[in-house]
Write a protein that binds this ligand. Structure first.
Ligand code: DGL
Length: 233
């Protein structure tokens, strides 16, 4: 049986398209719907209860368009809302995204890893449980990088570009201190940040691995569709 209903994605803004693109590469036959809550972007510093309310409004819009699965393509919304959403909409599979601290900690040679995310993500249960479980033996530099969210949104509006001096200087001022502190992995813990990946890698240099969870989240979404017989074949 083939299920041709769309897979829904949402984020506070354009960030989650990093996951959408990975999913489209993996599942080109699937229909997708992407919602950006640009009226309320950024989510990063909002209280969790407000992020739950905003996320639920996005979910309701996607369900009104008959989505068969929802990818919460936002670390901040996942941290605040995914537990609630899974209970409130038990018939809908939800896929979330959280900072990939585990692979970074496992592969670090210097014993120092950096995580870039929002305050909301750092305050959430998922990040703190994963860190306590898998990153006990490394030093984790947790850095809030709201400037990157603002930068990605402004470039999406056509203001500036990834190659200009402003972008370089915003990225350099966050990334250079992490490299100087010995970080050999930089975890992109916000879906806006993969849009800056090449710039981050250029500033960090070849000895630093940039950990982007987009492909793994897309693979998980595909796995769950297959398990539940929801694939569009
Ligand atoms: N893209 C989002 C995330 O993954 C949130 C950015 C924001 O709205 O602050 O956390």
């Amino acid at each position: 049986m083939s299920d041709s209903r769309p897979v829904g994605f949402f984020d506070s803004g354009v960030g989650g398209t990093s996951i959408l693109q990975a999913f489209r590469r993996l599942c080109p036959e699937e229909k997708t719907l992407y919602l950006a809550d640009t009226a309320n972007c950024p989510y990063g510093n909002r209280p969790p209860a407000e992020v739950v309310r905003l996320s639920e409004a996005m979910v309701q819009k996607l369900l009104a368009r008959n989505c068969k699965m929802i990818v919460v393509a936002c670390n901040t919304a996942t941290a605040a809302a995914i537990d609630y959403l899974r209970v409130a909409y038990p018939e809908i599979p939800f896929i979330g995204v959280e900072p990939a601290v585990k692979p970074a900690a496992l592969h670090s040679r210097t014993g120092v890893v950096a995580v870039l995310a929002t305050a909301g993500t750092f305050g959430g249960r998922l990040y703190n449980e994963t860190k306590a479980r898998f990153a006990k033996d490394v030093r984790v530099l947790a850095v809030v990088a709201d400037e990157f969210v603002v930068l990605v949104e402004s470039i999406a509006r056509g203001e500036g570009s990834l190659g200009d001096a402003r972008s370089w200087s915003i990225v350099e001022s966050k990334i250079r201190p992490l490299v100087d502190a010995g970080a050999d992995h930089i975890v992109l813990g916000c879906t806006h940040f993969p849009h800056l990946k090449r710039l981050i890698a250029a500033v960090a240099g070849p000895s630093v691995a940039i950990v982007d969870p987009s492909e793994a989240v897309a693979a998980q979404a595909r796995r769950v569709l297959a398990e539940r017989g929801l694939l569009c074949k």
